[in-house]
Design a protein around this ligand. Structure first.
Ligand code: PMV
Length: 335
């Protein structure tokens, strides 16, 4: 009854912001389809992964969740329990659990820690309870923890259907990590925990008058991007990712309360990327709910781009990323 899994975070190329109000908010049904790249970090031991171990036993008298050696309480614990309870009910098990989790990167800092965390949790828990699922089924369970986690179940490039129920909102792979040449240089501006988490921010999306148009555009962009990835069109994919990111940040900045995730250095990076493109270095930016910038490029340009990005004022460090693989089980247990 003990299992462990490793999952990678992902960067959304077509992003979601806001959850459907027509369904139970705990289902985390996103308002639009999304597209992402699962990330494998290739800088100084940062793989951008979560390693999770879970054990169920009739000897345990309470549920315990420990992340980075700290006992988890409050909202975060509720989300963990939601995923585990769903699986306990399917397995008809009522044993208590002990769960331990370790991220090799800072959490809640716009590097998508909830994505890898809930993907690893879904797979490890299913395995510990003796349940077998397809990856699409597993993505639905990961979504109960966080919307972006559905995508991290798959490696490579991923399409997530918003659906209109628990059964129809799932992620599927577009193609594996070798099918499309895209890397990212993450420009780290700040790794402090953010003031408004994405979990909270989703609730304000619909207060922006621009969210409906963002949803409409994102639906079109998601299917177009899937086609362009399969056709190996880097520039077109990068351009759409950049535009889609700006749609999302426009909604954030015009919601109530207005959310500004950018810092001055974020804008320095945006301007540099636009300038580099003019000079003939193809690169595009995308930014999640935080100040850090993912600078998308092809593998042949990663080294050169990293050297340039590192020198921008306000950039604390860079993390290099290539497409990562599926969420997997491991025999290495954390306890
Ligand atoms: O899955 P959550 O609740 O962490 O929300 C993710 C929100 C964004 O990262 C901003 C966009 C996305 O689609 O990943």
């Amino acid at each position: 009854m003990k299992s462990s899994a490793i999952a990678h975070s992902n960067i959304a190329l077509i992003k979601y912001w806001g959850r459907s109000q027509e369904h139970d908010p705990n289902l985390n049904i996103p308002l639009n389809d999304t597209v992402s790249m699962t990330k494998y970090g290739i800088s100084d031991g940062i793989r951008l992964q979560t390693h999770t171990t879970i054990e169920f036993s009739s000897d345990f008298d309470e549920d315990t969740a420990i992340v980075e050696r700290e006992k988890i309480t409050g909202r975060h614990r509720e989300r963990i329990i939601r995923v585990i309870d769903h699986l306990r009910a399917l397995a008809k098990v009522d044993d208590k659990f002990k769960m331990m989790s370790h991220n090799d990167f800072p959490v809640q800092a716009g590097l998508a820690s909830s994505a890898s965390a809930f993907a690893a949790l879904a797979l490890a828990t299913a395995d510990a309870l003796g349940l077998k699922f397809s990856r699409e089924e597993l993505s639905k369970i990961a979504r109960l923890g966080s919307g972006s986690a559905a995508r991290s179940i798959h490696g490579g490039f991923v399409y997530c259907h918003k659906g209109n129920s628990h059964e129809t909102a799932f992620a599927e792979q577009i193609c594996t990590e070798d099918c499309f040449d895209m890397n990212a240089v993450i420009a780290v501006v700040d790794l402090e925990k953010k003031e408004v988490t994405s979990d909270e921010g989703h609730q304000f999306a619909n207060t922006s008058p621009f969210n409906n148009i963002r949803i409409q555009k994102s639906q079109q962009q998601a299917s177009e991007m899937r086609r362009l990835i399969l056709e190996n069109k880097f520039d077109a994919v990068g351009q759409i990712a950049e535009t889609n990111c700006l749609y999302m940040h426009s909604v954030m900045m015009t919601s109530q309360p207005a959310l500004f995730y950018w810092q001055p250095a974020t804008l320095n990076i945006i301007k540099k990327i636009q300038h580099l493109r003019k000079e003939g270095l193809p690169s595009y930016f995308t930014i999640d709910a935080g100040p850090n910038v993912h600078c998308l490029c092809q593998s042949k340009n990663t080294g050169e781009l990293q050297k340039i990005i590192e020198k921008i004022e306000g950039v604390k460090r860079t993390i290099l990323v290539r497409p990562g693989g599926d969420t997997i089980l491991t025999n290495e247990h954390l306890f």
